[in-house]
Design a protein around this ligand. Structure first.
Ligand code: AMP
Length: 180
């Protein structure tokens, strides 16, 4: 069974379209028989994707540092809940347990996690799919900035295939699960 790690925002102050997409992703992931690996909280899109996935029968693995148990309203109903000491440990476990990564819309934390997945893939530590779910063009500016990295020589354009961009939930899962 494939384990899909979803990185996404912890903010609840976001437009409904992002919430809807998170729910859709959770449901679709469950429908495809995948297990969700995520940050273990009940806040923001994190909570939405996890509850939607579980409601449709997916197994959900939450990984959260002890310090954030309160702040991110840990989801005690996770099928597997791993409490770590540090943020780094959290990321490492999320990475280890996953076969693919999907970045839903999010803030600095989401960017940090997704960038790390890309950079360690760039260095050859893994070959797992990394997919930006570009809800309503959310990642357009970041993707344009990546073009600047290539144009100015800070990253080789050969690295562009390290990540993929999906415009819909189904497309994101096709790419993540290698079913495209
Ligand atoms: P955000 O996208 O900022 O709303 O954060 C999404 C999730 O990423 C939250 O669960 C944060 O706790 C988490 N996060 C933020 N920074 C880091 C980091 N350096 N390493 C691991 N997780 C992080």
């Amino acid at each position: 069974m494939k384990h899909v790690c979803v990185y996404c925002g912890s903010s609840d102050a976001v437009a409904q379209k992002y919430v809807d997409e998170a729910i859709k992703l959770g449901e679709a992931l469950a429908k495809r028989g995948a297990t969700l690996v995520y940050g273990g909280g009940n806040v923001g899109l994190m909570g939405k994707v996890a509850l939607a996935a579980q409601a449709r029968g997916a197994k959900v693995i939450g990984v959260i540092p002890q310090r954030l148990v309160e702040r991110e309203h840990v989801h005690r109903g996770c099928d597997e809940l791993i409490i770590t000491q540090t943020m780094r440990e959290r990321k490492a476990i999320m990475d280890e347990k996953s076969d693919a990564f999907i970045a839903l819309a999010g803030g600095f934390g989401t960017l940090d996690e997704t960038m790390e997945a890309i950079t360690i893939r760039q260095l050859g530590f893994h070959q797992k799919p990394i997919v930006f779910l570009n809800t309503d063009g959310f990642y357009d500016l970041l993707l344009a900035f990546f073009e600047k990295l290539y144009a100015e020589g800070f990253a080789g354009r050969r690295f562009a295939p390290l990540y993929q961009v999906a415009n819909t939930v189904e497309e994101a899962l096709d790419l993540a699960l290698n079913e495209a």
